[in-house]
Design a protein around this ligand. Structure first.
Ligand code: PMV
Length: 328
């Protein structure tokens, strides 16, 4: 039995759009921060010899076979690579609201990649583990590592992987995030579906990809120079450019809820009051507020005054994927 844990990551430069949907090769590099508060713990064992499919239990509930196609296809990749025939039994606990734009697929596939590959007898390097996790969900390749992580888009399976920024720069930078839980309901449209539609139909998509290249240069410089304000400005702008692509798609679509706009306006107000904070959003209505780690409590108190009905969770930089146990 193997137990692995991986933490979610939130992108500061977003991954949005696949050049190769099968291998999950993106159109642009992306850069994220792994967080300590949201994670998935996954236990994997071999199923009985007689089993004729993989078995999945998520948060104590057995998943129906039709909900497991993507997971089973991912485990099949591991079986092929390890040259094993046996099916797996997977038990996973999400300490993340599932599918609410808090990147549960990132922590989920990163933990599953580590636990299942270890059970199958593969001893993958972190880079190979990142490449494997990528096949489950693109953003999962970044959750193999802690702190600031860049996903190099590459051009094929070998060259598309994530890597931590050197020298623990997240430790030097006084950075944290407040997750504002606007909705913990599963999202209306999956990132996978909306990404594909955006790439195919949005006239803003090419402009977004070009902007990502420029944003990446400035953001990495900001990290090296420990410049929190520039980091926040770029992350905020990059996220809104990503969301603009979906509004320009056909049919037009937005992950925003009315409460999302209220949260954004609250962040802007607190910033005008003098506390440096910036917002970012993924494929869901929740808002993550980027703040200085040393000011997160003050930020949370003030934002709670403005948004009294919005639960908030304060998070700091978190670690990469890890094994919690590995024994037969
Ligand atoms: O890895 P996926 O397919 O869940 O896509 C993640 C996309 C965003 O969260 C919106 C952006 C990102 O880079 O994490």
């Amino acid at each position: 039995m193997t137990i692995a844990r991986a933490h979610t990551n939130i992108a500061l430069i977003k991954y949005w759009g696949k050049k190769d949907p099968t291998l999950i090769i993106p159109y642009a590099n992306s850069l994220s921060l792994t967080l300590d508060q949201f994670y998935t713990t996954t236990e994997v064992t071999f199923a009985d010899e007689a089993a004729h499919q993989d078995e999945f239990i998520l948060n104590g509930q057995r998943l129906a076979p039709k909900a497991t196609t993507r997971l089973a296809a991912f485990l099949e990749l591991i079986r092929q690579r390890a040259r094993v025939q046996r099916y797996f039994k997977v038990k996973s606990e999400n300490h993340v609201p599932t599918a609410a734009g808090l990147a549960s697929s990132a922590s989920g596939f990163a933990a599953l990649a580590l636990a299942a590959s270890t059970t199958a007898g593969l001893q993958l390097s972190s880079r190979d583990l990142s490449r494997l996790a990528r096949r489950g969900s693109g953003s999962a390749c970044r959750s193999i590592f802690g702190g600031f992580v860049e996903w190099h888009k590459g051009y094929d399976d070998q060259t598309s992987y994530a890597e931590p920024l050197q020298a623990d720069q997240h430790v030097a930078m006084d950075i944290g995030m407040l997750a504002l839980i606007i909705s913990d309901q599963p999202k209306q449209i999956s990132s996978r579906k909306e990404m594909a539609n955006t790439v195919a139909t949005s006239p803003f998509y090419d402009a977004f990809i070009q902007a990502c290249e420029q944003d990446m240069i400035i953001l990495k410089q900001a990290i090296t120079q420990n410049d929190f304000v520039t980091l926040g400005q770029i992350a905020e702008s990059n996220a809104m450019k990503m969301h603009a692509t979906t509004m320009g798609a056909q049919p037009p679509f937005s992950y925003f809820l009315p409460e999302t706009i209220q949260a954004i306006q609250a962040v802007q107000r607190v910033r005008r009051e003098g506390l440096d904070c910036y917002y970012t959003m993924d494929a869901g209505p929740n808002v993550k507020v980027i703040g200085r780690a040393s000011e997160l409590e003050t930020l949370q108190v003030r934002l709670t005054e403005l948004l009294p009905n919005t639960p908030m969770v304060a998070a700091r930089p978190g670690p990469g994927a890890m094994l919690l146990s590995d024994f037969e």
